[in-house]
Design a protein around this ligand. Structure first.
Ligand code: HEM
Length: 503
């Protein structure tokens, strides 16, 4: 009622004012006019979204993000207001977009190379103007990104295939380390260890305690996820964020010891060219005064967490999906046998594994790990007819886009969705353009090598009730889903033995 009263479209104000006004009426009228002005703010935007309602709208929309989680809130708003809509986060206008044409425009153009997130939250996790993933200072990001691109593509990639293969074999040989007394394995942990080991061997090269670091990485993700969109007021109450601060410190301290060891080795080793990996390049850049020590440490941290974060969960989802779809498993195994036979996988095989590739793509489409991308507009622009002001925050809801456009059976897991060539703009699990995933090529090769190595040795079966629907329900579709912890166990049955009956 109050909101309606304040709406000039519904009432004729002159009719509401009696001829002889009592003294108190004037201030009330002025206040009403002021509120009307504030109220009318919402109508200035052409973009659909909830109303401003004297500042209540921004509070409610940010509250919804904190309450539902980023992924669920984005899906809620897109469903409610359409695939190009506007909310507020931390009082700032934020677009949520799940339309392929708009997404393509944003990913392609260089005036969207920045991201957004709570400055205090990013400071707390060490990402504010440091590292690459959430570095929102375009000049600094531009200086750092080439270190990542160089390490994750080109000739280094060929050498890494042997590293990934060997690491997977070694970890599969000691499967008992992640298996409980009933024979079920904590597959996500297994994958995290493989990813951490391969990243470390190829990018830092200092022996580490995998188990301890994997646990610290998970806590770091929890902190990242929890703090990314927190309002500033949250950081005024220290006991609220203390535990996150501690998780961040734990990982940073553990990695600092390794990085110091690397610095020491570089300063004492004569054959420097043999150790010119990612970490060495950064340490030398620090020596030249191009980067700060803090930045070098953060870059190494981000490089070491990137694969255990994304790839391990993606491969874990793939194993769940293959366990549920025997026909897909059959097609994948047939191709592996035809292309590779009994020998070890080589880089030349990777391109020929087309069914495996479709399986990977369909898994990433159907059960994504990263389904949201955050960007910021650095210039005024017009996207699909909507004016977008400089400074606007943008969330690209890729997970939703992958279920809305192009695919013949969007809500089913089927290789038919990739039977035909899928135009670039309709499938973007890694993003693209200047700020796209720096590890997209390496990730595809890694997933193929690891999947092929696991599947040739083992048939995978899940615990009864360990099904994706439950994970999907629980999972917030967040940047770093951790809600899968209740549903982790799978059993690895060596090939050539009888399949277990589902219990
Ligand atoms: C299944 C695996 C992976 C998925 C689905 C994935 C997805 C993504 C997405 C969607 C982004 C944001 C892109 C954008 O803003 O347009 C991103 C950024 C990034 N990814 Fe990946 N990623 C994966 C694996 C990896 C791996 C293995 C690495 C490195 C070892 C990596 C390194 C990075 C980096 C450094 C960025 C930040 C790039 C920047 O801001 O300049 N990713 N990833």
């Amino acid at each position: 009622m109050i909101l309606e009263m304040l709406n000039p479209m519904h009432y004729n104000l002159t009719g509401m004012v009696p001829e002889a006004m009592p003294a108190a009426t004037m201030p009330i009228l002025l206040l009403t006019c002021f509120l009307l002005l504030v109220w009318s703010y919402e109508d200035t935007s052409l973009i659909p979204g909830p109303g401003y309602c004297m500042g209540i709208g921004p509070l409610l929309s940010h509250g919804r993000f904190l309450w539902m989680g980023i992924g669920s809130a984005c899906n809620y708003y897109n469903k409610m207001y359409g695939e190009f809509m506007r909310v507020w986060i931390c009082g700032e206008e934020t677009l949520i977009i799940s339309k392929s044409s708009s997404m393509f425009h944003i990913m392609k153009h260089s005036h969207y190379i920045s991201r957004f997130g709570s400055k205090l939250g990013l400071q707390c996790i060490g990402m504010h103007e440091n590292g690459v993933i959430f570095n929102n200072n375009p000049a600094l990001w531009k200086a750092i990104r080439p270190f990542f691109t160089k390490a994750l593509s080109g000739p280094g990639l060929v050498r890494m295939v042997a590293v990934w293969y060997n690491s997977t074999v070694i970890h599969l040989d000691k499967l008992e380390d992640v298996t409980n007394e009933t024979g079920y394995g904590h597959v996500l942990n297994l994958m995290r260890r493989i990813m951490l080991d391969t990243s470390n061997v190829s990018l830092l090269g200092i022996p580490l305690d995998e188990n301890a670091i994997v646990v610290k990485i998970q806590s770091y993700f929890d902190a990242w996820q929890a703090l990314l969109l927190k309002p500033d007021i949250f950081f005024k109450i220290s006991w609220l964020y203390k535990k996150y601060e501690k998780s961040v410190k734990d990982l940073k301290d553990a990695l600092e010891i390794l990085i110091e060891e690397k610095r020491h080795r570089l300063s004492t080793d004569d054959k420097l060219e043999d150790c010119m990996d990612f970490a060495s390049q950064l340490i030398f850049a620090q020596g030249r005064g191009d980067l700060t020590g803090e930045n070098v440490n953060q870059c190494i941290l981000e490089m070491l967490i990137a694969a255990p974060d994304t790839l391990s969960v993606t491969v874990y989802f793939m194993l769940l999906l293959i366990a549920k779809h025997p026909k897909v498993e059959e097609a994948v195994m047939k191709e592996i046998q035809t292309v590779i036979g009994e020998r070890d996988i080589k880089i030349g095989d990777v391109q020929k594994l087309k069914v495996v590739e479709s399986f990977i793509y369909e898994s990433m489409r159907y059960q994504p790990v990263v389904d949201l991308v955050m960007r910021k507009a650095l210039q005024d622009d017009v996207i699909d007819g909507y004016p977008v002001k400089r400074g606007t925050n943008i969330i690209l809801n890729i997970g939703r886009m992958h279920r809305l456009e192009f695919f013949p059976k969007p809500n089913e897991f089927t290789l038919e969705n990739f039977a035909k060539n899928v135009p670039h703009r309709y499938f973007q699990p890694f993003g693209f353009g200047p700020r796209g995933c720096a590890g997209k090529y390496i990730a595809m090769v890694m997933m193929k090598v690891i999947l092929v190595t696991v599947l040739r040795r083992f048939h995978v079966q899940t615990l009864t009730g360990c099904c994706l629907e439950r994970i999907q329900k629980k999972n917030d579709l967040s940047l770093h889903p951790d809600e899968t912890r209740d549903f982790l166990e799978m059993i690895f049955i060596p090939r050539n033995t009888e399949k277990c009956q589902e219990q």
